[in-house]
Unconditional design. Structure first.
Length: 410
């Protein structure tokens, strides 16, 4: 293939599209996913720079292409954000996401030449949506909560924002092949066009974007009920539930009954292939899908031992794990970093699934999934609190999740 080039180690995803087309949603989700996979990633949102540098509440005319002062101010803001991103790359950032409309060829050519001059590969990510109902929903769900419209009555804010979009529409030019590498997401993912996508990170990003749902849904996480091994303080294994664990499984079914009433559709129940999670899910009316990828971290030669036995038999390993719990790999087993890679297909499935999801899992696995869903820094992942007999409910909001924990009596 003539366009193949040496693999660059710095990538800039440059968002393109009219306002309220889901650019920030994709930018944030992509950043969270890449960070979770271990790539140092940051979003540079030009709207935030604008609010900081020229003030939040600008009337729609500020965004008109016929307003020279507005255009000059917006260019200045875009440059400041770009220089910040370049500065971050110079200090070691691997991936930057430049979130703005970037809706003209001229602006994109400027960004591309500045970035490529610094050895940074540019991938344009354009979102196109022609359905006014979807645009209206995006405006109401996200823009009305923006500082741009704080204190302004909703209908006036919607009107102003639609006028802002109309200004952008007059100047908007879609990305064309001569502009380099791009991916276009059309009509909420109904159609995807990818051009000259090359290399592991851009290809992975495109695959992730392809699977994104715009519909938001609740995710519940719980560990299995107390197992025989939990009682004995042993790691790993495939033991059954203890009597207390069975009582938890029953309480869980009653708890989910109340949740089911408010759920907007059927709930997908997922377990691992180990007995303790399958047994915990067995009291729910839904038939569960058992994923091997959801099995607990493989403790290798330490499987079935207590932590005291591990310290005694493998003192060097015990100390090494305490030193670097994320990177430490049990002999013939896994590390948390390995676990994150193993769970990647589950994350894709979480994003793809259009129903609420209930996951009955294990301590380490749930820490890794929670770290993704809540965007926790990778170093914190192995220490996230994940107590037994607790349901974590994660309800999506504009750009993240609201968390509630329910400790069930059993
Ligand atoms: O102790 C229960 C358990 O699920 C073990 O099977 C697993 O090895 C452990 O938790 C993971 O937690 P940590 O990484 O803190 O040892």
């Amino acid at each position: 293939m003539p366009h193949r080039k040496a693999t660059p180690d710095k990538h800039a995803f440059v968002m393109v599209g009219l306002p309220a087309r889901g650019k920030s949603y994709i930018a944030r989700k992509l950043a969270r996913y890449l960070r979770w996979l271990g790539h140092d990633t940051r979003v540079f949102n030009v709207g935030s720079y604008r609010r900081e540098l020229v003030g939040a509440q600008k009337p729609s005319e500020f965004f008109s292409p016929d307003n020279p002062e507005g255009a000059a101010a917006r260019l200045k803001v875009a440059e400041v954000a770009l220089e910040d991103m370049i500065g971050w790359f110079e200090r070691g950032l691997a991936i930057g996401i430049y979130d703005a409309t970037n809706s003209t060829r001229e602006r994109r050519a400027f960004l591309r030449s500045r970035l490529e001059a610094k050895g940074i590969e540019v991938i344009f990510v354009e979102t196109i949506c022609g359905d006014p109902a979807v645009v209206d929903r995006n405006v109401r769900e996200t823009k009305l909560h923006s500082p741009d419209y704080a204190g302004i009555p909703p209908e006036r804010a919607v009107d102003d924002f639609l006028q802002r979009i109309a200004h952008y529409e007059r100047a908007y030019e879609t990305v064309t092949d001569d502009e380099g590498t791009y991916v276009k997401l059309i009509d909420e993912g109904d159609k995807l066009v990818a051009y000259r996508i090359d290399g592991a990170i851009p290809a992975r990003a495109v695959f992730f974007i392809m699977n994104l749902q715009t519909r938001t849904r609740t995710v519940w996480l719980t560990r299995h009920g107390e197992s025989v091994y939990n009682v004995e303080d042993r790691v790993g294994g495939d033991s059954e539930l203890s009597p207390r664990g069975v009582a938890y499984a029953r309480s869980l079914a009653a708890f989910m009954e109340s949740r089911r009433e408010s759920a907007e559709s059927d709930i997908a129940v997922w377990t691992s292939q180990l007995r303790r999670t399958i047994q915990t899910g067995s009291y729910l009316p839904e038939s569960a899908t058992s994923w091997r990828a959801l099995d607990e971290i493989d403790a290798g030669v330490c499987d079935g031992m207590t932590y005291t036995e591990i310290r005694r038999s493998y003192p060097y390993d015990f100390a090494a794990r305490a030193e670097d719990k994320l990177g430490y790999r049990y002999p013939r087993g896994e590390s948390y970093a390995d676990l994150i890679q193993r769970l990647e297909p589950i994350i894709i499935e979480v994003e793809r699934c259009n129903t609420p999801i209930f996951i009955v899992g294990h301590q380490a696995v749930l820490r890794a999934l929670y770290a993704y869903l809540m965007d926790s820094p990778p170093a914190e992942c192995p220490f996230l609190p994940m107590p037994l007999h607790t349901v974590i409910e994660l309800v999506p909001n504009a750009y993240g999740c609201t968390e509630r924990r329910y400790e069930l009596t059993c």
